[in-house]
Design a protein. Sequence first.
Length: 110
Amino acid sequence: MRYPKELLKGITPLVIMEILREAPCSGFHLVGAIRARSGDTLEIGEGTVYPLLYRLEGKKLIRGEWEAGKGTRSHKVYRLTRRGAEELERQKATWRDFATAVSLFTGGSQ
């Protein structure tokens, strides 16, 4: 299912940071991980992921380091910082509260 950009825009940083909390990875692998973990429900392409990675890096929520590839070209691998882990927990709490409030209007469980 394709979700409106407005909905994805709000959750994409949380999704990216959660994946990076579990393990460092490249932007290319993030795209695949988002798709796989969501059961092909969330389609967030490289054109969205890379600019967001640069913004998160600028806010010091993630750190990118170049790594030499094995038989391939170098690629940047991103890791969640301590500051990023703290921000992730804040965003997750906000998202849970928001989802609970919206469920009151949509007939979801409380």
